[in-house]
Every structure is written in C-alpha cells, then in structure tokens.
Design a protein around this ligand. Structure first.
Ligand code: CA2
Length: 145
C-alpha cells in the first residue's frame, strides 16, 4: 500500500532548537525530531518530508507543494509567524490538505501576544505544550485522518 506522505514544516528560528533556551524548548534538535518522526512514520505507514525555513514565502510555497504532491497532511510549527501571518492563514484555508498546528511550548501559558494564532484559526487541530513529543502526537493524529 502507498505510504501517506506527511509534510513537516518548521518556521523561523526553529533551526536553533536544542541550541538555545532549552528551558522553554527542550534539548532535542530539529534533526533529533526528524529522526524520531522517521521511526514513528515507519510504524504508521507514513513517509515524512521535513523542512525548516526562516522565510515566510518558503512556508507558503511548501504548503502549496504539499497540496500539489497529494500529501496526506501537513504538520506545521510556524514559529512566531503563527501569531502574525495572515498569509499562512489564507494558505491553510486555500489547500485541501489538512494542516495540524504544532508547538513545542504552550503559547497560551506564555506572553499575551502568543495567545492569538492565525494558524490555529485555520488548522484542523492543534497540539502544544508537550515538547518535541508533540510532533509525534501530531503525526499519529495525521495518520488517523
Ligand atoms: O513553542 C513553539 O513551538 C513555538 O512555535 C516556538 C516559536 C514561538 O514564537 C511560538 O510562540 C511557539 C519560537 C521558535 C523559536 O525557536 C527557538 C528555538 C531555540 C532557541 C530560540 C528560539
């Protein structure tokens, strides 16, 4: 049976994971998370395509690409763009591919400006506050869609 293609898209500054602010974001790097996702993906019959960019336009292009490649789902940690990007809101609304919002920390338990999420307003669902494990929880949710 064909594997379910799942895009895992990461936004600004997430390339610093594991290198700075471990008290907020833990000690796993993005490569560590990719490894965990690859392992879990095998068991779930999924194929992972994981990427990170500090540029909003790349994330938008990749969302469109996910749709055109027939991806089963997108896991999106848009970083701070979560709270500011109307363009991401429009992109999520404009594709049929379901998008699951992921955050390592719990933005609702932090500064006021993190409580609003354009991504969450358009996403199928959200997982936040469980550290790097949130990506695995999101993959399980995606596989079950
Ligand atoms: O908790 C999350 O996953 C966030 O998406 C992380 C974003 C933040 O703006 C969101 O409110 C919640 C920040 C990503 C920056 O990543 C860093 C990683 C290590 C050190 C410094 C920043």
């Amino acid at each position: 049976m064909a594997k379910k293609l799942v895009y895992v898209l990461n936004g600004p500054n997430l390339n610093l994971l594991g290198l700075r602010e471990p008290e907020i974001y833990g000690s796993d790097t993005l490569d560590d998370i990719a490894g965990m996702l690859e392992d879990r993906a095998k068991a779930l019959g999924c194929e992972i395509d994981m990427r990170q960019s500090n540029h909003e336009g790349h994330l938008l292009d990749w969302m469109h690409e996910a749709q055109s490649k027939g991806a089963h789902a997108v896991l999106l940690n848009a970083g701070a763009l979560t709270h500011t990007s109307l363009a991401l809101y429009d992109a999520i609304r404009s594709i049929r591919t379901p998008v699951i919002e992921v955050h390592i920390s719990n933005p609702h338990a932090r500064e006021e400006f993190r409580r609003h999420s354009y991504v969450g307003m358009a996403a199928k669902g959200s997982i936040a506050g469980f550290g790097a494990k949130g990506y695995l929880l999101a993959l399980e949710a995606a596989a079950g869609l």
